[in-house]
Design a protein around this ligand. Structure first.
Ligand SMILES: [Zn+2]
Length: 291
């Protein structure tokens, strides 16, 4: 057998041996994960395109309707958030959802041409959460431009900032976070993370980068199945060392071999970390109360 062919066969055999290990990708690194961390250091591949649907929500301008696609779970959550806002008399408006790698590239190149390479508002291609189909830029009826100062003064955005996590969204780029996120403040940019992580992150009030860096140390089952109270308690322990990091470290040692053990560990640790006024049953149900 030729040497080259031999090597090729060996490579294929090795690949298939290693395949299961590769399939279990970290929740924060797989393109398709709703927890995927995306920024200038963690880029998405050019060819990645998620499954997309158009959320049934009003847009700022009619011609924006074709630019608000999102992944199905994010679109559904967005519709719920819009409906809840509407009940309070607040009219939110969608501006921009999914953007392809190519669109982002064109936007980036245009911005750099206009303002120079040091601009920090438009993400380079592959570095935008919009490519995940999990981000939406929003404005509202009383202020319709992408301008942080005036958006934050609106009643609609004050409600949004207080409530968006209940629908699984976080405000990704906030004041004082530039050095960590790499992006200027963007009051309008909302990222979907699912309710549990969005709530934990909002209560901790830290950038997602800071959260992910520490959360990576937790076992996968805690990241995928943990409820908001457990995640908040663990991360508050791990990041802020309110208890010298005891709860966080304890979680790493909990039994987790079988599904039953993992469920029992989640339950036991959630019980330890429950805030006042929240029952264990409520915490495990996946619902969240205003903290
Ligand atoms: Zn955005």
């Amino acid at each position: 057998m030729k040497k080259g062919l031999c090597a090729a066969i060996l490579a294929v055999m090795l690949c298939s041996l290693l395949a299961p290990a590769f399939a279990e990708t970290d929740a924060f690194d797989a393109d398709d994960s709703i927890l995927r961390l995306v920024n200038k250091q963690h880029k998405i591949t050019a060819k990645y395109k998620p499954e997309l649907v158009k959320p049934n929500v009003p847009t700022n301008r009619k011609d924006q309707a074709e630019y608000i696609y999102m992944r199905p779970e994010a679109a559904e959550a967005l519709e719920k958030m819009f409906a809840a806002a509407k009940k309070k008399g607040y009219n939110l408006l969608a501006v921009s959802g999914y953007r392809s790698y190519q669109t982002q590239k064109a936007n980036y190149e245009r911005k750099v041409k206009e303002t120079g390479p040091s601009q920090s508002t438009v993400a380079p291609p592959g570095a935008s959460e919009h490519q995940l189909g999990l981000a939406m830029d929003l404005v509202c009826e009383s202020y319709r431009n992408l301008y942080t100062k005036y958006l934050l003064e609106t009643e609609e955005f004050q409600w949004l900032y207080k409530n968006c996590y209940k629908y699984g969204f976080v405000v990704r780029y906030q004041t004082g976070w530039y050095r960590i996120t790499g992006f200027s403040v963007e009051a309008w940019h909302f990222r979907y993370l699912g309710v549990a992580h969005a709530a934990a992150l909002t209560w901790l009030n830290v950038p997602y980068e800071t959260y992910v860096e520490k959360a990576r140390e937790l076992p996968d089952y805690v990241i995928t199945d943990g409820n908001a109270y457990l995640l908040y308690g663990l991360m508050n322990s791990g990041l802020n060392l309110v208890d010298d990091g005891k709860a966080f470290n304890e979680m790493l040692e909990m039994p987790a071999k079988t599904k039953k053990q993992r469920q029992a560990s989640i339950k036991a640790m959630t019980k330890k970390l429950l805030p006042e006024g929240v029952t264990l049953k409520y915490a495990l149900s996946g619902k969240v109360k205003v903290k």
